[in-house]
Design a protein around this ligand. Structure first.
Ligand code: GAP
Length: 462
């Protein structure tokens, strides 16, 4: 039986091979915080670039913006985040562990140990949750005590201060989602681009949440990147657009990023679990070594956000449909993906164990591989030829140049991160203006003219 992949194997390989490092390690690591290293940054960029290519470059109805990380604090009042973006937390008075009350209640219902229909299931009402914890005999998962503190709401937004004072008048927030940038800039984008509905406004960028339980490596972190599209449509055309984005997301995960279909699932969120702003939502999950985890939420946000910002800002955010001579607030379909979570899925998807040789590899598809070409002169003396080939290839591809160690060791290093093409240079070939290209997947080799090398490789990275 083949060995089961565990998260710790992936974390080890990622740290050893420069994909992900512990955060500020020299000052003592803050648990569950990470930095992307050289290969991790390239991998993450490749995924973000494929997303931009699929959803911006190849479409005629979407545009990219880059809004500020710190928005006007009024944005987060209008969007409900200041009041409602909070977890209900309680402490076990015996062992001092801290828990999310709604999660413990969910677990008990899911385990079939309690009847959900007995309760009006409002996860935002702390008093109601307090009562449920007692009525349902909820136990501390660690010490089994039922002695909990009162539930307190803990807002997930990270606060900072603008201007010189540090009182409540200067409080601002680091954005907890990119999406509000698209809503706030909706009128500007619609006017300046002269777009007719339907059209999408997209962003790739950092978001921040003061997660109580970050963990599972880069899966849940306090600082992360999102790739979100707000797709504005005429009300009544929203269900059709929702279907289109479901298919787009499915294709992105299985055909563009090449995640194994068996490890990706799509399922509707139950009506009573929908966020307050959405009419319909689906979760897209990946099967990580620790279990299924969400990589995207696709939501029909209706006109909730534009409506909220219109009321709060007292500005007219409606759209004028000149053909039908009508003014209205568009509905919004939102595919919201987490870049770190897709990067982790790509790492898990690529992780391959070679039991025979007691080794493991990251077997990437050429299109997401962090390094596309490895250039190595067969003997060190030929370094100047190697450097020439490197500078020719690096015009088009991310390459690595390596003249240290024996040729066997260099191949082994290259295999560990599955560099799809390796160019070895020896003087006989070079004298005839040729080099040898070795394909990692098939281990086959081909002699290629130096003048045709970039085109030869470019054709093979699709
Ligand atoms: N604008 C909607 C929104 O933000 P979400 O489901 O809260 O929806 C979208 O977030 C995606 O962002 C998630 O599916 C996940 O991939 C990613 N994400 C959310 N919180 C995260 C965290 N703490 N760490 C890493 N990724 C996160």
């Amino acid at each position: 039986m083949s060995k089961k992949v565990e998260m710790k194997d992936i974390v080890n390989l990622c740290q050893n091979r420069g994909f992900v490092y512990p955060w500020s390690e020299i000052y003592g690591w803050l648990a569950n915080s990470w930095d992307y290293g050289p290969y991790g940054s390239l991998l993450k960029d490749n995924i973000a670039n494929l997303w931009k290519k699929e959803f911006i470059q190849k479409r005629t109805d979407t545009m990219l913006i880059d809004a500020s990380l710190i928005m006007n604090p009024k944005v987060w009042e209008a969007s409900w985040h200041v009041w409602g973006f909070a977890d209900p937390l309680m402490d076990c008075k015996e062992c001092k562990a801290r828990w999310r009350a709604d999660k413990l209640i969910d677990n008990k219902i899911e385990a079939g140990e309690s009847e959900p229909t007995n309760y009006a299931w409002d996860k935002t009402d702390s008093k109601e949750l307090d009562k449920m914890v007692i009525d349902m005999w909820i136990e501390c998962p660690d010490c089994k005590s039922k002695n909990f503190s009162e539930i307190k709401k803990f807002n997930l937004m990270l606060k900072t201060h603008l201007w010189v004072t540090e009182d409540s008048s200067s409080v601002a927030y680091l954005r907890p989602e990119t999406a509000q940038g698209q809503f706030v800039d909706f009128v500007n984008v619609a006017r300046s681009s002269r777009r007719k509905l339907p059209f999408g406004i997209a962003q790739v960028g950092k978001s921040f949440r003061n997660e109580i339980t970050p963990g599972n490596f880069i899966f849940r972190t306090r600082e992360f990147e999102q790739m979100e599209i707000e797709y504005f449509v005429t009300p009544g055309e929203d269900d059709e657009a929702f279907k289109m984005w479901k298919e787009n997301s499915q294709n992105f995960f299985t055909k563009t990023i090449w995640l194994n279909e068996e490890n990706v699932r799509f399922s509707p969120i139950k009506k009573d679990e929908l966020p307050h702003y959405s009419k319909e939502a689906w979760d897209f999950d990946y099967l990580y070594p620790f279990g299924w985890g969400e990589i995207e939420t696709l939501a029909n946000r209706t006109d909730y956000d534009l409506n909220a910002h219109m009321k709060a800002s007292k500005q007219n955010l409606s759209y004028f449909d000149a053909v039908n001579n009508k003014r209205f607030l568009p509905f919004v379909i939102e595919p919201a993906m987490g870049l770190g979570r897709i990067t982790l899925a790509a790492l898990c998807n690529a992780y391959t164990i070679d039991e025979e040789n007691d080794r493991s590899y990251l077997k990437f598809e050429p299109r997401i591989a962090p390094i596309k070409v490895w250039v190595l002169p067969v003997i060190k003396k030929l370094w100047h030829l190697g450097k020439e080939i490197y500078s020719q290839l690096s015009e088009d591809f991310v390459c690595e140049y390596d003249e240290v160690w024996s040729i066997g060791k260099r191949f082994a290093r290259m295999d560990e991160i599955w560099v799809p093409f390796c160019i070895s240079i020896d003087s006989t070939n070079y004298d005839e203006w040729n080099v040898t290209v070795r394909f990692r997947d098939s281990m086959e080799q081909e002699i290629v003219k130096i003048s045709e090398l970039n085109e030869f490789i470019g054709k093979r990275i699709k």
